[in-house]
Design a protein around this ligand. Structure first.
Ligand SMILES: C[S@@+](CC[C@H](N)C(=O)[O-])C[C@H]1O[C@@H](n2cnc3c(N)ncnc32)[C@H](O)[C@@H]1O
Length: 219
């Protein structure tokens, strides 16, 4: 997915991935990570997700990265948050109390900006990439996250040949093969979500599962 793909989606507000509520799987599973209040949590490809608000409400300092300026500005305006914007080398840092978002490309985000991160949350980030770019994303995530940081990863899986992504299908096997070099991986939960996703039913996708993993950065 080239940046123009996402810029076009945000410009035309074709943002079917955006949920109008906090992701229930985040609510159900975040406590199991035992992240202490005051910790810093990184949210790659954060969009304007309400999950950022949930994480802030847990007493965490939230640090997102999002390509689209429209998404970032809508996050702060939708939630009626005053924000400061500061231009950095390749990114613009938008900041309010407890939520900071680096607007720009995740692949050029310098790792030193995240050196005090101890947690992370990936919903619709890993699955936003086709296979080759997904491998690059895993390498970049591993580069950005400090050793021992703990995160929640939410994925979707379905027969990829039935649909062109995004979202792309990511199997348990793919995760084990491509992520276990960098992360300890524990599958926390898998459920059949086909009935909750009419757009998949309409395109005759025969099955669809959503999974939640606990990841710990090795090192
Ligand atoms: C599928 S959406 C998921 C957004 C959010 N995680 C959510 O759950 O609503 C993927 C997001 O990644 C952003 N994105 C795509 N490529 C990016 C990149 N290279 N760096 C940072 N953000 C990127 C897109 O603009 C889009 O908002």
């Amino acid at each position: 997915m080239q940046p123009s793909f996402w810029h076009d989606k945000w410009a035309s507000q074709q943002i079917g991935f955006h949920l109008g509520e906090v992701n229930p799987l985040l609510v159900d599973n975040w406590d199991s990570l035992n992240i202490k209040s005051g910790a810093k949590v990184f949210v790659p490809l954060c969009g304007k997700s309400l999950d950022l608000c949930f994480l802030a409400e847990q007493g965490l300092d939230v640090v997102g990265c999002e390509l689209s300026q429209t998404a970032v500005e809508q996050f702060f305006s939708d939630n009626q948050l005053d924000v400061d914007a500061q231009a950095l080398a390749d990114h613009t840092l938008y900041r309010t109390e407890q939520v900071a978002i680096y607007q720009g490309d995740l692949f050029t985000l310098p790792a030193h900006l995240l050196e005090d991160i101890s947690a992370f949350y990936d919903r619709a980030a890993l699955i936003a990439w086709p296979d080759e770019m997904r491998r690059q994303y895993v390498l970049q995530l591993a580069k950005l996250l400090p050793p021992k940081s703990i995160g929640l990863l939410i994925t979707l899986d379905y027969p990829q040949e039935t649909l062109t992504g995004p979202p792309f299908a990511v199997s348990n096997d793919w995760i084990m093969e491509h992520m276990s070099e960098h992360f300890e991986i524990e599958l926390l939960h898998t459920e059949d979500v086909l009935a909750d996703n009419p757009s998949f039913v309409k395109k005759q996708v025969p099955w669809l599962t959503e999974s939640v993993y606990r990841l710990t950065r090795k090192g």
